[in-house]
Design a protein around this ligand. Structure first.
Ligand SMILES: Nc1ncnc2c1ncn2[C@@H]1O[C@H](COP(=O)(O)OP(=O)(O)OP(=O)(O)O)[C@@H](O)[C@H]1O
Ligand SMILES: [Mg+2]
Length: 325
């Protein structure tokens, strides 16, 4: 029986149990689209022993890239459910996992490729789950036939894992007579010959990758999975810097953070392309760490700086040479 208060809240005066039940069974709010939903929330159901648990930890450690994370989770879900469907005797459709990564330099493409390789290994798609990262010079040879041989050798090395071709566009750059075309043809042939034995990821700047796919009408359909790597905001770059500093057992003084933020803001404002480079941030941190070491040595000589001093990055440790922007 309903109590008086609930009945009064119902507004009719009479107890209406059916209404109460309808409240309990109210349909769940539609889920936010993956883009707005942090991956840690999407994957709440992932148990500690699940193959995704470790992947999730690695993804969670990365700043931003919610859409990328959501896509990786989708791939995991697809692999998992495909396994269940196969076990139930249902058709699982074509299993093609070759991918295109579109993003500016330093937006995390290589890091994600490594995570994808690990995911495929854990899910039994790939035997080894290693990553072979190559660029044009690794694939293209000096004489006719050399390119095909070099490319085939690298594909063989990548079997059981991921072959990651960075700056893939440069393979199409030279036109018909360029050996880059031979590399592409060899890769496409290898995709047929070694079906499901390796995953090919082509990566590059967004515009260049688009041009590349246009250069060969057979290409787009061979890469059903496309992942876009968005540019980082200055806030995200600063957060990445803070993570990197912490990982290395250092701390930035607030003024040092402010100086870095200012510098990144200027770079983003002045650069011709979309500056979004986590790698630049890493180099800046590593350089500051070297400057800090020199500063401490000069200051203390053979003396002993305190623990806090050893950890502290001061604003003067960040110095920007004009040749590095
Ligand atoms: N979202 C992120 N959070 C934390 N660290 C990041 C993030 N993205 C990139 N990094 C770090 O920045 C560095 C560069 O990343 P990575 O090499 O994956 O980028 P990339 O897109 O492959 O760059 P490039 O196009 O120059 O090859 C790495 O040290 C990586 O760990
Ligand atoms: Mg890279």
């Amino acid at each position: 029986m309903m109590n008086g208060r609930a009945a009064a809240a119902g507004g009719t005066g009479a107890p209406r149990p059916s209404r109460q039940i309808s409240i309990v069974l109210r349909p769940v709010e539609p889920a936010a689209s993956p883009a707005e939903q942090p991956v840690s929330e999407m994957v709440k159901g992932v148990e500690p022993g699940s193959p995704f648990a470790e992947i999730q930890r690695e993804l969670d450690a990365m700043v931003g890239m919610e859409k990328v994370k959501a896509l990786i989770y989708e791939i995991y879900a697809l692999l998992h459910v495909s396994g269940l469907r196969a076990a139930a005797g249902l058709s699982v459709g074509p299993q093609v996992y070759h991918m295109i990564f579109r993003g500016n330099p330093g937006t995390g493409k290589t890091t994600i490729a490594r995570i994808v390789a690990k995911l495929f290994q854990k899910m039994g798609v790939l035997q080894k789950g290693h990553l072979i990262e190559v660029e044009r010079a690794d694939l293209v040879g000096e004489y006719i036939g050399h390119t095909a041989q070099k490319t085939r050798d690298l594909v063989r090395k990548a079997l059981g894992g991921v072959l990651f071709v960075d700056e893939a566009y440069s393979l199409a750059r030279g036109g018909e007579k360029d050996f880059g075309k031979e590399a592409i043809d060899t890769l496409v042939k290898a995709m047929e010959d070694y079906k499901n034995q390796f995953v090919l990821i082509l990566a590059g700047y967004p515009e260049e990758i688009d041009m590349f796919l246009l250069s060969n009408p057979g290409l787009p359909s061979r890469f059903p999975i496309r992942i876009d790597f968005p540019d980082y905001t200055v806030d995200q770059l600063v957060k990445i810097a803070e993570l990197m500093v912490k990982e290395r057992d250092y701390e930035m003084q607030p003024q040092a953070v402010a100086k870095l933020r200012q510098h990144l803001t200027e770079l983003k404002r002045d650069s011709m392309f979309a500056f979004s480079n986590a790698r630049y941030v890493r180099n800046a941190i590593e350089k500051a760490i070297r400057h800090q070491a020199v500063r401490l040595l000069n200051l203390y000589g053979s003396g002993q700086p305190g623990r806090q001093e050893l950890m502290t990055i001061r604003p003067e440790d960040f110095r920007w040479d004009s040749d590095e922007a």
